[in-house]
Design a protein. Structure first.
Length: 371
């Protein structure tokens, strides 16, 4: 609970002021991200010997929920650095890679990005067109990645690329690419519906020489690395969806007790009460799924099915609840100063990234059939 309190205080002092303006101006929360690093929110689950917080996944869920209530742009920056970059490196990186990169990523001295999606490879992540040609002691990297969160702010990119197309997904590698490496170009910033404070960019790689020691795992391990890392990432995005929903619900509840219509607070109208009841019930169910996935991960159980269920369910809850929160606010819900319209726009992405809802159903049903 101390972590929840710390996250709450951080949102009130650092994130809430200016969140509307950052959304309007698509402004990356640079100072706030720096502070998140100082407070230990960017490498929460990493071993303290690498500069991390040494916490469990349950604490991570609590922190992400709290931060997403106020600023979902900040929480996706946090989720990517924690679950996709730090966790992947800590689990599969060499000692040298951890020493060189994780010790700076975990305390947030630098941030990282995870680069899987391409113009022609989204849900079907096996059809990688980015090529990492084996040149002996280095890979020659050529191709384009799309939609990369932290695209322009990251110092380190984990890039998934095809080395041997004949081997299909078994010929894919994961490489650590540094921002400074010659041949890496950051493309334009995407102008998005929601999470507008996060910077989403395409990346172009032209003859980038990546030393062999920057490969994560054995030759051909890249696809397994990406899928395994995304299983953990989904807990972060599910918790982000949960936070967006609870942030909107809390605002709607408070508003319903203040706003009067027909001589009484609107919370006295049963139609509003039933909306609040549905919202609170859905949120509680989403929270339990997030915590269950986190607990399974902490107990080293197979959490692939539960994390997909948590993301599928919580992201739908985020959509349902934010739409109702706008409705409860009436016309005021449709303007920026009441925050709920932003939360409604932010909610949508949770059904798309780190595997769309349709892909979550594929993951879940695959696991069910396997049982
Ligand atoms: C803001 C933002 C941030 C992102 N951040 C990152 C990032 O940091 N790193 C990264 O690598 N990627 C990132 N992504 C990419 C994201 O993960 C992909 O957009 C997502 O996986 C979907 O891929 P796609 O857009 O190519 O859609 P497509 O794969 O083309 O899918 C289009 C539609 O078809 C459906 N569909 C596809 N295949 C099937 C199927 N077999 N069965 C049923 N339905 C199917 C999908 O569910 C979807 O509804 C980000 C995207 C956005 C918008």
């Amino acid at each position: 609970m101390a972590v929840k309190k710390a996250a709450y205080e951080f949102t009130q002092t650092e994130l809430l002021p200016g969140v509307i303006e950052r959304d309007i101006n698509q402004e990356f929360p640079k100072q706030q991200v720096k502070k998140m690093g100082e407070l230990g929110f960017l490498g929460m689950m990493v071993d303290p010997k690498y500069g991390g917080g040494g916490m469990d996944t349950v604490s991570y869920v609590l922190a992400i929920e709290e931060i997403s209530k106020v600023d979902a742009s900040a929480s996706v920056i946090m989720s990517v650095n924690n679950s996709l970059v730090c966790s992947g490196l800590e689990k599969y990186g060499t000692d040298e890679q951890k020493e060189k990169y994780l010790t700076r990523l975990a305390p947030g001295k630098i941030i990282g990005a995870f680069c899987l999606s391409e113009p022609e490879a989204g849900s079907d992540a096996t059809s990688q067109r980015t090529i990492a040609e084996d040149k002996g002691d280095y890979y020659l990297l050529n191709g384009t990645k799309n939609w990369i969160t932290n695209g322009n702010s990251a110092s380190v990119y984990l890039v998934i690329a095809q080395t041997d197309p004949k081997k299909k997904h078994l010929g894919i590698n994961a490489l650590i690419v540094e921002r400074e490496m010659a041949g890496l170009e950051v493309g334009k910033k995407e102008d998005k519906l929601g999470i507008r404070g996060s910077d989403t960019h395409s990346l172009m790689f032209t003859d980038v020489k990546v030393p062999k020691e920057n490969r994560i795992g054995e030759d051909g391990f890249g696809f397994k690395f990406a899928m395994d890392t995304l299983n953990g990432g989904r807990i972060g995005i599910a918790s982000q969806a949960l936070g967006i929903a609870s942030g909107a619900y809390e605002r709607a509840l408070a508003y319903s007790k203040e706003r009067k219509a027909f001589g009484v607070e609107i919370s006295k109208h049963q139609a509003i009460q039933f909306k609040l009841a549905d919202m609170a019930t859905e949120i509680e169910a989403a929270r339990l799924l997030c915590l269950r996935a986190a607990t399974e991960k902490d107990h080293k159980k197979d959490f692939a099915k539960t994390s997909a269920m948590a993301k599928l369910f919580a992201s739908q809850v985020a959509m349902d609840v934010t739409i109702e929160a706008v409705q409860i606010h009436g016309g005021y819900g449709y303007v920026k100063e009441y925050h709920v319209e932003r939360l409604m726009r932010d909610a949508k992405i949770t059904q798309i990234y780190e595997g769309t809802s349709e892909i979550q159903k594929i993951v879940i049903s695959r696991e069910l059939i396997k049982l």
